[in-house]
Design a binder for this molecule. Structure first.
Ligand SMILES: [Fe+2]
Ligand SMILES: [Fe+2]
Length: 224
């Protein structure tokens, strides 16, 4: 795979790389402006979630490349916004190492909140809103927000479903690689890769790519 894409420059922080990609979309893109605004709010509210969103966007773009998709914008916007619903949850709760079942129930609502906040952008809302409901076991969140718009072309629907999967996989991968699993409901005696394979048994090729890619390792490696 070629390495000439702008976003693979590894001297920049994940924050700068995402910001650069949004700039490239230009001032005419309302979604890019909204994403920038939401990321700015998240950086203030909970910096860990902000950096996680930046990494998930960049990792999902790598997965889109791996899948052969030339336009990686669904992954950029879906990834950068996927946890925006956490703006509705207190920073104190988000920062807790150990949470009660009640607190877990509150946190679980954030995917639906993301979809609601992005309702004006139905594709991004769909990708963000489903980022936990794609898992086989752990999180157990049913997506209740809006689905894809009626009458959407079959090819678009297929592409959006792939983007949703790429963001969900990137989210799980980043969380498993960078933080403890108490907020993911995972089994602690299993390796990140084993947990991921159990949750996404139909996507072993993409999981293989995530764990083997130097570019992806650089993204989760802490720059930023
Ligand atoms: Fe999430
Ligand atoms: Fe996330």
């Amino acid at each position: 795979m070629e390495k000439n894409n702008i976003e693979t420059r590894d001297t920049k922080s994940v924050e700068e790389r995402v910001s650069g990609l949004l700039e490239q979309e230009g001032s005419r893109s309302e979604l890019a402006a909204t994403t920038k605004k939401f990321l700015g709010l998240m950086a203030e509210h909970d910096r860990k979630t902000f950096l996680h969103e930046c990494r998930v966007a960049l990792i999902a773009i790598k997965l889109a490349e791996f899948c052969g998709f030339k336009d990686q914008k669904p992954e950029l916007f879906g990834g950068a916004n996927h946890d925006v619903g956490k703006l509705t949850i207190s920073g104190e709760l988000l920062g807790k190492g150990h949470i009660t079942q009640e607190e877990y129930e509150i946190i679980k609502k954030h995917a639906d909140a993301s979809a609601k906040m992005l309702a004006k952008y139905p594709f991004t809302a769909y990708i963000s809103g489903t980022h936990h409901s794609q898992q086989k076991n752990s999180y157990g969140v049913d997506f209740k927000g809006a689905g894809l718009p009626d009458g959407v072309k079959e090819a678009t629907e297929r592409r959006m479903k792939e983007a949703a999967k790429n963001v969900a996989l990137s989210d799980f991968f980043d969380a498993a690689s960078t933080r403890k699993t108490s907020q993911m409901g995972g089994e602690n005696d299993k390796s990140p890769r084993e947990r991921m394979e159990a949750e996404y048994p139909d996507y072993l090729d993409r999981i293989d790519f995530l764990f083997g890619s130097q570019d992806v390792q650089e993204i989760v490696g802490g720059r930023g």
